[in-house]
Design a protein around this ligand. Structure first.
Ligand code: GLU
Length: 424
């Protein structure tokens, strides 16, 4: 191994090890038996594919992708697909495990899955992305299906990519299969309210946590790391509740606007210029400065392991709402617990996306579509109920919200295993 590779390995600790550490602390609290702990602690299926794609230059390039099903005791595997240069099997396994708990906490009838392709979609043309997506969908077609495993958007994937997957699988079968993916465009069986669903869940969680803390939302300062779908919709909806959005970032840099930025105009600025940088009236700051900016609500909505024992002591906020999956390490969690910072964990905070995915799948199967108010009202009732259940578990067992959320989710999956039994 080269020195460089060695350093890289040291810098990025295993994400699956982190997810396992979180799971084990909840399993300890629940007094889970060793056998059940071993089953729930491992992924049921790990599928890796190496596949060729014709690039625009005429050259053929081989890409690596994965689809992992962590658990299917409570229903089909469910979870997104991400396209990113840092995608690894280790990361996909962790993300799949988190999906299992997320679906159990919200009590929707799914297990957990996740997938991804190691690639940089920002350097690919639309035609290359379409060919990559159609070939990857074909490669994972032995696993995915309306009753077995249902992908959805995640980092750098969207409704168009879901449409190509749905079309590819439908071409293979010879008939249209609406329910094979969620997060589709509305014209081909998507649901109203899915695009903003994860951000709506983030807003609802921030609202509930602020209520619990006695923090008025009017004038509350919000900082968001990541200005993709989750970050944008989260702060857009929080601004409507009176919050002041003072800093935002994307993969290219971070900005600060003392008097508060306007979420929609920042989005059009980013769409036009490729980044939040140089937003009129803003000051450029570093990503470290963004995370440590004094605020009332911090929303990490980018990637994993952004908040660690190194920067947690300097993070100056009251409530952290994890729009991203896995942004906070267990060591940082302990620091926040000691300091009294409320951390709404990813498996609760960003569950709005998969909940509305579930609504989309139900509508697809029934061929009966709902009004937007039905979607939003049902989402709000599931999210607030889940928050209340996790909060009362945290109070009852004197644990933080992450451990409480895991206890609720893990216990439901363990019950499903106990009732179904081990085959044969
Ligand atoms: N990728 C999203 C998540 O991490 C949504 C998954 C889904 O809708 O299936 O929760």
């Amino acid at each position: 191994m080269t020195q460089q590779a060695n350093n890289a390995t040291l810098e990025k600790p295993s994400v699956f090890a982190m997810a396992s550490q979180q799971f084990n602390s909840a399993a300890d609290r629940l007094g889970l038996d060793d056998g059940i702990r071993a089953v729930l602690g491992s992924c049921k299926r790990e599928f890796t594919v190496n596949f060729p794609v014709k690039m625009d230059s005429g050259a053929t390039q081989v890409f690596t992708g994965h689809r992992v099903q962590h658990n299917v005791f409570r229903g089909p595997a469910k979870g997104g697909l991400r396209y990113h240069p840092d995608v690894t099997l280790d990361e996909v396994k962790a993300l799949a495990m988190w999906m299992t708990w997320k679906c159990a906490i919200t009590n929707i009838p799914y297990g957990g899955g996740k997938g991804g392709v190691t690639c940089n979609p920002k350097l690919m043309s639309r035609a290359e992305l379409e060919r990559l997506t159609r070939r990857f969908a074909t490669e994972i077609s032995p696993l995915i299906g309306t009753v077995s495993d249902i992908p959805a958007p995640d980092v750098n994937t969207d409704g168009q990519i879901m449409a190509w997957i749905m079309d590819t699988i439908s071409m293979h079968s010879g008939y249209t299969q609406h329910g094979i993916v969620t997060g589709k465009p509305i014209s081909i069986g998507g649901t109203l309210g899915r695009t903003e669903a994860t951000g709506r869940g983030v807003m609802l969680m921030a609202r509930e946590a602020a209520k619990e803390r006695g923090l008025p939302l009017e004038g509350a300062r919000v900082v968001v790391q990541g200005y993709g779908n989750v970050g944008y919709w989260g702060v857009y909806l929080l601004e409507q509740l009176g919050c002041k959005i003072i800093a935002a970032s994307d993969s290219r840099g971070a900005i600060y606007v003392e008097q508060g930025l306007e979420p929609e105009s920042l989005l059009s600025h980013k769409t036009d210029n490729g980044s939040v940088l140089d937003y009129p009236g803003s000051q450029t700051i570093t990503d470290a400065e963004l995370l440590e900016m004094p605020c009332e609500i911090l929303i990490p909505a980018a990637l994993e392991q952004q908040i660690t024992e190194e920067n947690a002591p300097r993070i100056d906020t009251q409530i952290i709402v994890e729009g991203a999956n896995g942004p906070t390490t267990p060591e940082a969690d302990d620091i926040f617990q000691d300091r009294g910072v409320i951390v709404i964990p990813d498996i609760l905070a960003n569950a709005g996306g998969v909940v509305v995915s579930y609504f989309e799948w139900v509508q697809d199967i029934q061929h009966l579509f709902w009004d937007k108010s039905d979607v939003d009202n049902r989402l709000e009732s599931i999210i607030t109920r889940s928050f209340d259940e996790v909060l009362s578990t945290a109070k009852e067992h004197d644990v933080n919200l992450r451990t409480a959320a895991l206890m609720v989710g893990v216990e439901r999956v363990a019950n499903a295993l106990n009732i179904r039994g081990v085959y044969p």
